[in-house]
Design a protein around this ligand. Structure first.
Ligand code: 6GU
Length: 235
Protein backbone atom coordinates (compact mmCIF):
# COMPACT_ATOMS: atom_id res chain seq x y z
CA UNK A 1 0.00 0.00 0.00
CA UNK A 2 1.29 3.42 -0.90
CA UNK A 3 1.59 5.82 2.04
CA UNK A 4 -0.09 9.19 1.70
CA UNK A 5 2.78 10.76 3.59
CA UNK A 6 2.86 12.58 6.87
CA UNK A 7 -0.53 12.98 8.57
CA UNK A 8 0.28 13.13 12.23
CA UNK A 9 3.10 14.52 14.34
CA UNK A 10 3.28 14.18 18.13
CA UNK A 11 5.84 15.98 20.27
CA UNK A 12 6.65 14.99 23.86
CA UNK A 13 8.33 17.69 25.93
CA UNK A 14 8.80 18.96 29.48
CA UNK A 15 7.98 22.47 28.22
CA UNK A 16 4.93 22.17 25.93
CA UNK A 17 4.24 25.91 26.26
CA UNK A 18 7.34 26.65 24.20
CA UNK A 19 5.61 25.31 21.10
CA UNK A 20 2.54 27.58 21.23
CA UNK A 21 3.80 30.41 19.05
CA UNK A 22 6.06 28.78 16.48
CA UNK A 23 3.69 25.96 15.59
CA UNK A 24 0.45 28.01 15.66
CA UNK A 25 1.38 30.95 13.45
CA UNK A 26 2.10 31.30 9.74
CA UNK A 27 2.06 28.35 7.35
CA UNK A 28 2.31 25.63 10.01
CA UNK A 29 -0.60 27.15 11.95
CA UNK A 30 -2.62 27.33 8.73
CA UNK A 31 -1.76 23.71 7.89
CA UNK A 32 -3.13 22.65 11.28
CA UNK A 33 -6.29 24.73 10.86
CA UNK A 34 -6.82 23.27 7.41
CA UNK A 35 -6.41 19.70 8.74
CA UNK A 36 -3.33 18.99 6.64
CA UNK A 37 -1.45 17.83 9.74
CA UNK A 38 -2.65 16.55 13.11
CA UNK A 39 0.03 18.08 15.36
CA UNK A 40 -0.18 17.33 19.10
CA UNK A 41 2.16 18.51 21.84
CA UNK A 42 2.27 16.48 25.09
CA UNK A 43 3.67 17.25 28.51
CA UNK A 44 5.99 14.45 29.67
CA UNK A 45 4.94 15.17 33.27
CA UNK A 46 1.42 13.96 32.44
CA UNK A 47 2.92 10.49 32.03
CA UNK A 48 4.96 10.49 35.22
CA UNK A 49 4.70 7.44 37.49
CA UNK A 50 5.23 9.82 40.42
CA UNK A 51 1.63 10.72 41.25
CA UNK A 52 2.55 13.24 43.91
CA UNK A 53 5.18 15.50 42.38
CA UNK A 54 4.99 14.34 38.74
CA UNK A 55 8.77 14.12 38.82
CA UNK A 56 10.33 12.72 35.66
CA UNK A 57 14.06 12.99 36.38
CA UNK A 58 16.59 11.73 38.89
CA UNK A 59 20.31 11.84 39.66
CA UNK A 60 22.68 9.88 37.44
CA UNK A 61 24.00 6.52 38.61
CA UNK A 62 27.75 6.77 38.95
CA UNK A 63 27.54 10.40 39.96
CA UNK A 64 28.30 13.48 37.92
CA UNK A 65 26.47 16.67 37.10
CA UNK A 66 22.85 17.19 36.15
CA UNK A 67 19.77 15.07 36.07
CA UNK A 68 18.65 12.22 33.83
CA UNK A 69 15.10 11.65 32.57
CA UNK A 70 13.83 8.35 33.94
CA UNK A 71 12.74 5.74 31.41
CA UNK A 72 9.27 4.98 32.84
CA UNK A 73 7.56 8.32 32.05
CA UNK A 74 8.92 8.19 28.49
CA UNK A 75 7.76 4.58 28.13
CA UNK A 76 4.29 5.51 29.36
CA UNK A 77 4.10 8.51 27.05
CA UNK A 78 5.06 6.42 24.01
CA UNK A 79 2.61 3.69 24.96
CA UNK A 80 -0.29 6.08 25.57
CA UNK A 81 0.30 8.05 22.37
CA UNK A 82 0.73 4.86 20.32
CA UNK A 83 -2.62 3.64 21.70
CA UNK A 84 -4.41 6.64 20.16
CA UNK A 85 -3.53 5.37 16.68
CA UNK A 86 -4.94 2.46 14.75
CA UNK A 87 -3.55 -1.07 15.00
CA UNK A 88 -1.72 -0.89 11.71
CA UNK A 89 -0.36 2.61 12.18
CA UNK A 90 2.68 2.94 14.43
CA UNK A 91 4.60 6.14 15.04
CA UNK A 92 8.18 6.47 13.90
CA UNK A 93 9.93 7.61 17.07
CA UNK A 94 12.58 10.32 16.80
CA UNK A 95 14.74 11.55 19.67
CA UNK A 96 16.10 15.10 19.25
CA UNK A 97 19.70 14.95 20.47
CA UNK A 98 23.04 16.57 19.66
CA UNK A 99 24.33 13.02 19.09
CA UNK A 100 21.82 12.41 16.29
CA UNK A 101 22.10 12.42 12.50
CA UNK A 102 22.42 15.96 11.15
CA UNK A 103 19.10 17.20 9.77
CA UNK A 104 19.31 17.97 6.04
CA UNK A 105 16.68 18.57 3.35
CA UNK A 106 17.26 15.01 2.14
CA UNK A 107 16.55 13.60 5.62
CA UNK A 108 13.50 15.87 5.97
CA UNK A 109 12.09 14.31 2.77
CA UNK A 110 12.69 10.81 4.13
CA UNK A 111 10.70 11.67 7.27
CA UNK A 112 7.92 13.53 5.42
CA UNK A 113 6.81 10.29 3.71
CA UNK A 114 6.22 8.52 7.02
CA UNK A 115 2.56 8.68 8.07
CA UNK A 116 3.18 9.33 11.75
CA UNK A 117 6.14 10.84 13.58
CA UNK A 118 6.61 11.04 17.34
CA UNK A 119 9.32 13.43 18.47
CA UNK A 120 10.90 13.19 21.92
CA UNK A 121 12.65 16.25 23.32
CA UNK A 122 15.53 15.58 25.67
CA UNK A 123 16.59 17.84 28.50
CA UNK A 124 19.13 17.98 31.30
CA UNK A 125 21.86 15.39 30.75
CA UNK A 126 19.55 13.30 28.58
CA UNK A 127 17.37 10.20 28.72
CA UNK A 128 18.11 6.96 30.50
CA UNK A 129 19.91 4.88 27.87
CA UNK A 130 17.52 1.94 28.31
CA UNK A 131 14.69 3.84 26.57
CA UNK A 132 16.77 4.01 23.37
CA UNK A 133 15.51 0.58 22.27
CA UNK A 134 12.15 2.30 21.65
CA UNK A 135 13.70 5.09 19.57
CA UNK A 136 13.92 4.63 15.78
CA UNK A 137 16.08 7.65 14.94
CA UNK A 138 18.19 10.27 16.68
CA UNK A 139 18.27 13.69 14.99
CA UNK A 140 20.40 16.79 15.63
CA UNK A 141 19.96 20.17 13.96
CA UNK A 142 23.62 21.17 13.97
CA UNK A 143 26.96 21.05 15.71
CA UNK A 144 26.25 23.43 18.57
CA UNK A 145 24.74 22.88 22.01
CA UNK A 146 21.25 23.99 23.00
CA UNK A 147 19.58 23.79 26.40
CA UNK A 148 17.05 21.23 25.23
CA UNK A 149 15.38 19.48 22.33
CA UNK A 150 12.43 21.91 22.04
CA UNK A 151 13.89 24.36 19.52
CA UNK A 152 15.26 21.47 17.43
CA UNK A 153 11.83 19.79 17.52
CA UNK A 154 10.24 23.01 16.22
CA UNK A 155 12.81 23.24 13.44
CA UNK A 156 12.21 19.60 12.60
CA UNK A 157 8.40 19.98 12.64
CA UNK A 158 8.54 23.08 10.44
CA UNK A 159 10.75 21.49 7.83
CA UNK A 160 8.75 18.24 7.51
CA UNK A 161 5.26 19.81 7.70
CA UNK A 162 6.01 22.28 4.89
CA UNK A 163 6.76 19.29 2.64
CA UNK A 164 3.19 17.99 3.00
CA UNK A 165 1.40 18.67 -0.30
CA UNK A 166 -0.78 21.79 -0.01
CA UNK A 167 0.99 23.35 3.00
CA UNK A 168 3.07 25.55 0.72
CA UNK A 169 0.56 26.76 -1.88
CA UNK A 170 2.84 26.91 -4.88
CA UNK A 171 4.53 23.55 -5.46
CA UNK A 172 7.15 25.47 -7.45
CA UNK A 173 8.56 27.04 -4.33
CA UNK A 174 9.28 23.56 -2.95
CA UNK A 175 11.06 22.17 -6.02
CA UNK A 176 13.07 25.38 -6.30
CA UNK A 177 14.14 25.25 -2.65
CA UNK A 178 17.77 25.67 -1.86
CA UNK A 179 19.37 22.28 -1.13
CA UNK A 180 16.66 20.60 -3.19
CA UNK A 181 17.57 22.02 -6.57
CA UNK A 182 21.27 21.64 -5.71
CA UNK A 183 21.85 25.39 -5.71
CA UNK A 184 20.86 28.31 -3.53
CA UNK A 185 17.99 30.52 -4.67
CA UNK A 186 18.32 33.29 -7.29
CA UNK A 187 17.84 36.96 -6.25
CA UNK A 188 14.31 38.36 -5.99
CA UNK A 189 13.00 41.85 -6.74
CA UNK A 190 9.66 43.62 -6.32
CA UNK A 191 8.32 47.16 -6.86
CA UNK A 192 9.43 49.88 -7.23
CA UNK A 193 11.49 49.38 -10.41
CA UNK A 194 13.94 51.99 -9.18
CA UNK A 195 14.52 52.21 -5.43
CA UNK A 196 16.95 54.86 -4.13
CA UNK A 197 18.71 54.88 -7.49
CA UNK A 198 19.02 51.07 -7.53
CA UNK A 199 17.46 49.43 -10.61
CA UNK A 200 15.86 46.02 -11.00
CA UNK A 201 17.81 43.94 -13.58
CA UNK A 202 16.38 44.78 -17.01
CA UNK A 203 15.84 41.15 -18.03
CA UNK A 204 13.19 40.76 -15.29
CA UNK A 205 11.17 43.59 -16.86
CA UNK A 206 11.55 42.22 -20.40
CA UNK A 207 8.61 39.82 -20.33
CA UNK A 208 10.89 37.32 -22.09
CA UNK A 209 10.24 34.16 -20.05
CA UNK A 210 13.09 32.04 -21.44
CA UNK A 211 15.60 34.84 -20.92
CA UNK A 212 14.34 35.30 -17.36
CA UNK A 213 14.63 31.58 -16.64
CA UNK A 214 18.15 31.50 -18.09
CA UNK A 215 19.19 34.53 -16.02
CA UNK A 216 17.77 33.03 -12.83
CA UNK A 217 19.61 29.73 -13.31
CA UNK A 218 22.81 31.58 -14.02
CA UNK A 219 22.36 33.75 -10.91
CA UNK A 220 21.55 30.72 -8.74
CA UNK A 221 24.84 29.07 -9.72
CA UNK A 222 26.79 32.32 -9.24
CA UNK A 223 25.28 32.89 -5.79
CA UNK A 224 26.04 29.30 -4.78
CA UNK A 225 29.64 29.56 -6.03
CA UNK A 226 30.11 32.72 -4.00
CA UNK A 227 28.31 31.81 -0.76
CA UNK A 228 28.30 28.00 -0.53
CA UNK A 229 30.74 26.47 -3.03
CA UNK A 230 30.68 23.25 -1.00
CA UNK A 231 27.13 22.59 -2.31
CA UNK A 232 28.44 22.34 -5.88
CA UNK A 233 31.28 19.96 -5.11
CA UNK A 234 30.82 16.39 -6.24
CA UNK A 235 30.29 14.12 -3.30
CL1 6GU B 1 18.49 17.96 18.93
N1 6GU B 1 19.40 19.01 21.18
C1 6GU B 1 20.23 19.80 21.89
N2 6GU B 1 20.11 19.84 23.21
N3 6GU B 1 21.18 20.52 21.33
C2 6GU B 1 21.29 20.44 19.99
C3 6GU B 1 20.46 19.65 19.20
C4 6GU B 1 19.51 18.91 19.84
N4 6GU B 1 20.81 19.79 17.91
C5 6GU B 1 21.83 20.65 17.92
N5 6GU B 1 22.12 21.04 19.16
Amino acid sequence: MKSKGLERLDIVSLFPGMFDGPLSESLIGKARERGLIDLRVHNLRDFSDDRKHRKVDDRPYGGGPGMVIRPEPVYRALKAIRATGTKRLKPHVIFMSPQGRLLTQKIAHDFAVKPWLLVLCGHYEGLDERIMSLVDDEVSIGDYVLTGGELPAMVFADTVVRLIPGVVKEAGSITRDSFQSGTLDYPHYTRPAIWRKKKVPAVLMSGHHEAIEFWRQQQAVAVTLRKRPDLLEEK
